[in-house]
Design a binder for this molecule. Structure first.
Ligand SMILES: NC(=O)C1=CN([C@@H]2O[C@H](COP(=O)(O)OP(=O)(O)OC[C@H]3O[C@@H](n4cnc5c(N)ncnc54)[C@H](O)[C@@H]3O)[C@@H](O)[C@H]2O)C=CC1
Ligand SMILES: CC(=O)C(=O)O
Ligand SMILES: [Mg+2]
Length: 578
């Protein structure tokens, strides 16, 4: 429900310097009077439209994306209402600043561009204190928490406590794209150390300067934090973000049936990538329930790669055209940094490794990855060789390894299929497995293309080739909104599957024909509404919803009403009793 007034016990400068209360120059004369700020701001009251004019002009004067990032952060720190208005009105442009790709650079530079604190840090100094520390957070209602241990930040590796910008950026999208209230979000870093030598040796680094906790020490640290959060915010949704493999999976399996949580890289990525694969079937005029007829290569066997493939397998099983899960696994060929996960007992195809008895060093793979092992193919085959043998219809990149979609591999793919589906999904832009331009050039403009970070559409031989963005940002805000509105006690696999199907059905026939798979980031609020409504339905169907549905309101109406919108409302001063 839209708030008509906001109340505060604050007064004077404390109001002006609180970004959740501040309206900058927009305080009315009577508010200035009531709040004790008369004379503390320039005399002319200027409403938001004028403030936006000024802010956009100043933003345009920033020369680099990082300068824009710092500018946006400063605005968020002064006036959150204005920050979110600007962000929502310019979502496509500014998501590239506060989110991927620029947020990656901001994480790398976090300790040198640091100005003002946001979010909470829990470090090894805080063992035994976390339950008390959680009460330092100033808000009693928290709906969504995004937490990282900074161990695998985008495709940039271990950035330790510098990873804080990721939860901040993700939560900005929850507010701007999912209508979650800015007072109800909590960004968190679990500073369990870093193994990044450069950061360990940098005197300005702001995290604890020790190596990462591992094993029991690591898991008991996370346990303490989860218990502390549960104690104060038992209803909050926890989003695990950018945890390294296999911690990401281990934590998900440990908590997913106990608390309301999910892993973004595994599960929301899976929802949006599945949406892309399904929409790409439609774009090729193929039935959406023929997923089992696709031949899919996934380059990257970590959290995101395995998560995305699991989602595709779940969907194949659900569509009922495969006899078993094992049959579905046969439709996906997975590669890691060594090449194809194939049969070491056959040796390598070029004879550089003789056959092994048992799995050899493939024994490092776990049961999730071994499901994809192809017994009839040589281990470690190169991508290009695999492409030539299996003639894939879809190639997914979730490796964080730039350029691994080689010209040879993509050209070979284009030789085998009319419309190759090429999805290099690694972030940020410079970690992408290939560029949009390369994909269209190597497929003679025939590719259906999507990347994790934005690329511009490509002009190829006089035709505009459309670029899509497949990023979990399209799925988590709506999912979180649905969970929050229904007060679901858990986040389930069905919710991600339905999120995928909802997004896959959003593009018009015309858009699909032109190569657009689903609406872009600019339409995020619309996408979120649809996703949230479906997630709510699933929560009620599965008996997980704890919120009473108000009578006479449609689910979509309820969602719409629940979404926070950045607008100034009159501020009333309450007497402080302290
Ligand atoms: N578009 C999106 O929404 C999302 C994209 N991602 C991206 O996916 C990438 C991987 O993320 P995670 O799976 O969480 O990381 P991870 O560290 O768990 O896994 C990376 C995987 O890539 C493999 N790999 C590394 N170098 C390779 C190479 N040269 N060739 C083939 N495989 C190679 C590794 O063996 C490992 O299996 C990151 O760049 C991340 O930005 C992750 C989540 C969402
Ligand atoms: C998008 C995202 O979550 C990632 O690249 O890790
Ligand atoms: Mg991530």
């Amino acid at each position: 429900m839209e708030t008509m007034v906001q109340t505060t016990t604050k007064h004077g400068m404390d109001v002006i310097h609180d970004p959740l209360l501040s309206k900058g120059t927009a305080f009315s004369l009577s508010e200035r009077e009531r709040l004790g700020i008369r004379g503390l701001v320039p005399p002319r009251t200027q409403e938001m439209d004028k403030q936006l004019q000024r802010i956009i002009r100043n933003l345009r004067e920033c020369r680099t994306p990082l300068e824009k990032f710092i500018f946006m952060t400063a605005l968020q720190d002064r006036n959150e209402t204005l920050y979110y208005r600007l962000l929502i009105d310019n979502l496509e442009e500014l998501s590239q600043i506060i989110y991927t790709p620029t947020v990656g650079l901001a994480c790398q530079r976090f300790h040198s561009i640091y100005r003002r604190s946001r979010g909470m840090y829990f470090s090894t100094l805080d063992r035994g204190q976390m339950a008390a520390m959680v009460h330092n957070w100033p808000h009693d209602q928290v709906d969504v928490i995004v937490v990282t241990d900074g161990s695998r930040v985008l495709g940039l590796g271990d950035l330790g406590a510098n990873g804080m910008q990721i939860p901040i950026g993700k939560l900005s999208l929850y507010v701007a794209g999912g209508g979650i209230r800015p007072t109800s979000i909590l960004p968190v870093v679990l500073d369990v150390g870093t193994n990044n030598e450069e950061l360990l040796n940098d005197p300005l680094y702001l995290g604890m300067g020790h190596r990462r906790l591992e094993g029991e020490e690591y898991y008991s640290f996370v346990d303490e934090w989860v218990a502390a959060i549960q104690n104060r915010y038992p209803n909050a949704l926890i989003q695990f973000e950018d945890f390294k493999y296999p911690h990401a999976y281990n934590l998900l399996h440990k908590y997913q049936d106990k608390i309301c949580c999910f892993n973004d890289d595994i599960q929301s990525t899976s929802a949006v990538a599945l949406a892309g694969v399904l929409a790409a079937l439609k774009a090729r005029s193929l039935p959406i329930d023929n997923l089992n007829e696709e031949r899919i290569i996934c380059v990257g066997a970590g959290s995101a790669g395995v998560g995305v493939c699991e989602g595709i397998i779940d969907c194949m099983v659900e569509q009922g055209k495969v006899k078993s899960r094992e049959e579905a696994y046969k439709r996906i060929w997975m590669l890691d940094q060594h090449g194809l996960i194939g049969n070491p007992n056959l040796g390598t195809s070029d004879g550089t490794k003789p056959p092994t008895i048992g799995l050899g060093d493939r024994a490092n793979l776990d049961e999730r990855q071994l499901c994809y092992l192809k017994k009839d193919m040589h281990d470690r085959m190169s991508l290009e060789d695999v492409v030539k043998v299996i003639k894939p219809t879809v190639i997914l990149g979730l490796s964080g390894a730039p350029g691994v979609f080689t010209e040879g591999a993509i050209r070979a793919m284009a030789d085998g299929v009319e419309k190759p589906v090429v999805f290099p999904l690694s972030n940020p832009t410079h970690q992408s497995e290939c560029t949009a331009e390369q994909a269209f050039k190597w497929t003679d403009g025939r590719a259906i293309f999507a990347s994790g970070s934005p690329f511009k559409d490509v002009e190829y031989k006089g035709k505009i080739c459309k670029v899509n963005q497949i990023n979990n940002a399209m799925s988590f805000p709506g999912l979180g909104l649905g969970v929050t509105v229904s007060r679901s006690s858990r986040v389930t696999g069905k919710m991600f599957m339905e999120t995928a199907i909802t997004i896959a059905n959003m593009a018009s026939e015309e858009q699909l024909k032109s190569g657009i798979l689903f609406p872009g980031v600019a339409a995020l609020r619309e996408v979120s509404k649809e996703v949230a409504a479906r997630v709510c339905e699933v929560a009620y169907d599965q008996g997980l919803a704890r919120a009473q549905l108000p009578k006479g309101v449609s689910l979509k109406g309820l969602i719409e009403e629940s979404m926070w919108k950045p607008a100034y409302v009159p501020t009333i001063r309450l007497e402080s009793h302290s």
